[in-house]
Design a protein around this ligand. Structure first.
Ligand code: ADE
Length: 233
């Protein structure tokens, strides 16, 4: 068992890196892979950068060069649900793209031609561990459900509503779908874990800078607890 933990931004992975032991840092594809031990578990923590291409590349390097067997994505997201407030946590039951549209070509919305799935399902054991960890960190403020991914920072109501209509997702972010897609193609179990930093509407540009650090740190604390639980399997 070797866990890969991916965050898009420095703030999403910094605390985890600081808490690792026996670290070595290797640079590949412009990303720093911090290979060591987290909570007794062999783990690689990496900042992949923003967006789907960076995220997918990162997964492939984790699989090919570091031999990870499980993947966890930690980070922040915009809420798509009235029941999710800033600081709340979302665990991926499944993930899909909100910006992949080959409908005119005969595919379902979000489906990548050639793929036999429209949504990518999270691993049940990792989801269970993530939910238990989220409840320990912030009781009563976590949900398991769909996450929608696209190369867009969503900050207007119309776009937000269109994404809700097309995906029925709980939150939106910019890497999870690509991590799930690359994990699926490599046959690796994954979970996406996100803390809400904004409401993905006209208030997002105001809320995001204010709550980014709080949400990212909360998510990293949950990720670390998941590593602790995974050590047992
Ligand atoms: N990550 C955090 N907030 C987001 C938003 N509103 N849209 C896309 N990604 C995000």
């Amino acid at each position: 068992m070797k866990l890969g933990i991916i965050g898009a931004m420095k703030i999403e992975v910094e605390a985890l890196k600081n808490n690792m032991e026996s670290k070595t840092v290797v640079t590949r594809a412009g990303m720093e892979f911090c290979d060591g031990i987290l909570e007794g578990l062999p783990t690689v923590v990496v900042q992949c950068g923003v967006g789907k291409v960076n995220a997918a590349m990162c997964v492939q390097v984790l699989c090919d060069c570091f031999g990870v067997t499980h993947l966890l994505n930690t980070g922040i997201a915009g809420s798509l649900s009235n029941e999710l407030d800033i600081g709340d946590l979302v665990i991926s039951k499944d993930v899909m793209y909100h910006d992949f549209d080959c409908v005119g070509f005969g595919y379902a919305y979000g489906q990548v031609p050639g793929m036999d799935v429209i949504t990518f399902s999270g691993d049940q054991t990792m989801m269970d561990y993530a939910l238990a960890a989220a409840e320990a960190v912030n009781p009563g403020h976590s949900k398991v459900g769909r996450i929608a991914t696209g190369d867009q920072f969503v900050c207007d109501k119309e776009r937000k509503n269109a994404i809700i209509e097309r995906t029925q997702a709980l939150c939106t972010e910019m890497e999870g779908g690509a991590i799930a897609h690359a994990a699926y193609r490599n046959g690796i179990p994954f979970v996406i874990l996100r803390a809400i930093s904004d409401k993905a509407d006209d208030s997002a540009e105001m809320d995001y800078p204010a709550f980014e650090a709080i949400a990212a740190n909360r998510c990293a604390a949950v990720a670390q607890r998941v590593a602790q639980k995974l050590r047992g399997i």
